[in-house]
Design a protein around this ligand. Structure first.
Ligand code: SAM
Length: 426
């Protein structure tokens, strides 16, 4: 019986890399022989990565697939905290390019067996001697496993120039370590059937290399290397939306503020109308003091409900303590001038800042929050800048805040594209 792998072997190889990324949190990762960019498409979801690059010699496949690396709608709706740039290059791993020096992780998944042995030597020089990454993951077929494939005679793929036994792979890897100052661990994916593992090893053998000691990143422009400094062609480069961009930060913050202000304001208006007090809104039960505060919410919706209730409770207690209830209800009070039609509610910024962790995290301080909301056409602040004014009558005429749907959408989970099957199960 032919060995079958579940998940498929190419997925197991990518999962191996993803597990490594989760543990070591590299910031700069390049995938050599990236082909259809399927590993890059998965790695972009790992937010610790700030620079993701791919290199392949086959420009046709890159041109066809690289646009799948573009940001998704959710990347605009929920921008990441840190930056991400994705670069895709056309070039050969046998040539040097200074833009790939000093990465944290280089991956070479089922690539080296497509090179001649002379090119494997160049690959070693380029990757370990020139790019000098902190870590390298190399996977390649394990020839010792091949007898278990009854239908495979010769190599597993017609383009393979060789397939190494475990001993051959080990001998190449140890020489690389000696020549360039790395250490290596051997492992693999694709378990053999019970009873065979010891004799044949993994279907895909993997070497995980770590650079020894702290090595100065080599000078990319030294003598001969200068002429090779950009031998690759950059086919695609995309910068992902990030909160480090102040326009994006402001847009996200305003949406969040409007969403929460409207939610709180509506709740207060409703309670005022019905005269009903929701007992769940006491701080004890809704996120205030006491044991209940530590209870994990069962769902994001419940968390949101609890946050709103907590804000409501905090606000009501503030109003009661300070006896300024009329300030928040503009029918006959001091806010009439700015809200001539209908009912005006002022939501103090400190309530929003204190009750919504996301607003807190985005703005950093109450002063920043005020600063970031000032002069924003969508936000109506009180004269002293301490509260956000909402006019519910006007909003109802205009079918609610245009941004509330936006903020709601920001709560949607990521949609992940289905992955392609580049190669066969081996
Ligand atoms: N790494 C991919 C993955 O995990 O899905 C699949 C790799 S595919 C089996 C081998 C890739 O190596 C092909 O896309 C091929 O074009 C590329 N390749 C072969 N020789 C190369 C070279 N000298 N430089 C860069 N890429 C090369």
């Amino acid at each position: 019986m032919e060995p079958m792998f579940s998940p498929a072997l190419h997925r197991q190889r990518h999962e191996f890399v993803i597990d490594f990324v989760k543990s070591y949190k590299p910031k700069k990762v390049v995938d050599l022989g990236c082909s259809e960019c399927s590993l890059l498409k998965q790695l972009k979801f790992h937010h610790e990565i700030e620079l993701l690059a791919g290199v392949d010699i086959d420009s046709a496949v890159l041109v066809k697939k690289m646009r799948g690396l573009a940001p998704l709608p959710t990347d605009y709706l929920q921008p990441r905290n840190d930056q991400l740039r994705i670069d895709v290059y056309h070039g050969s791993v046998t040539q040097k390019d200074a833009r790939l020096i000093g990465f944290d992780l280089v991956t070479s998944i089922e690539l080296i067996e497509h090179l001649t042995l002379a090119d494997v030597k160049l690959f070693s020089e380029v990757v370990f001697g020139y790019m000098t990454p902190v870590a390298v993951i190399v996977s390649t077929p394990n020839a010792d496993f091949n007898p278990l494939f009854r239908r495979v005679s010769g190599f597993r793929h017609s383009d393979h120039k060789f397939e190494w036994s475990r001993a051959e792979f080990k001998s190449w890897a140890l020489k690389v370590c000696l020549d360039y100052g790395y250490e290596v661990e051997f492992t693999g994916v694709g378990q053999a059937p019970p009873g065979y593992q010891e004799n044949v090893g993994f279907c895909s053998q993997i070497g995980v290399f770590h650079r020894l000691g702290v090595r100065a990143v080599r000078n990319a422009l030294s003598s001969n290397d200068a002429e090779d400094a950009s031998s690759y062609t950059l086919l695609y480069s995309k910068i992902y939306p990030s909160l480090r961009d102040s326009n994006i930060l402001r847009r996200v913050l305003v949406s969040e503020v409007l969403y929460w202000a409207e939610k709180l304001g509506r709740r207060w208006v409703e309670e005022e109308k019905t005269g009903e007090k929701d007992d769940a809104d006491t701080p004890d039960q809704a996120g205030g003091e006491g044991k209940e505060r530590c209870r994990a919410p069962e769902s994001p919706l419940q968390l949101e409900e609890e946050q709103t209730a907590a804000c409501g409770a905090a606000m009501k207690s503030l109003v009661e303590h300070q006896e300024v209830g009329e300030l928040f209800w503009a029918d006959g009070g001091g806010l009439q001038e700015s809200c001539k039609l209908g009912r005006c509610v002022a939501v103090p910024l400190f309530v929003l800042w204190g009750c919504c962790p996301k607003i807190c995290a985005l703005s950093g301080s109450l002063g920043n929050l005020r600063q970031l909301l000032m002069d924003n056409g969508k936000v109506n602040l009180s004269q002293d800048g301490s509260a956000l004014l909402l006019n519910f009558h006007e909003q109802e005429d205009h079918d609610d805040f245009e941004d509330s749907g936006y903020a709601e959408a920001m709560r949607c989970p990521h949609s992940v594209e289905p992955e392609e099957d580049w190669d066969a199960n081996v």
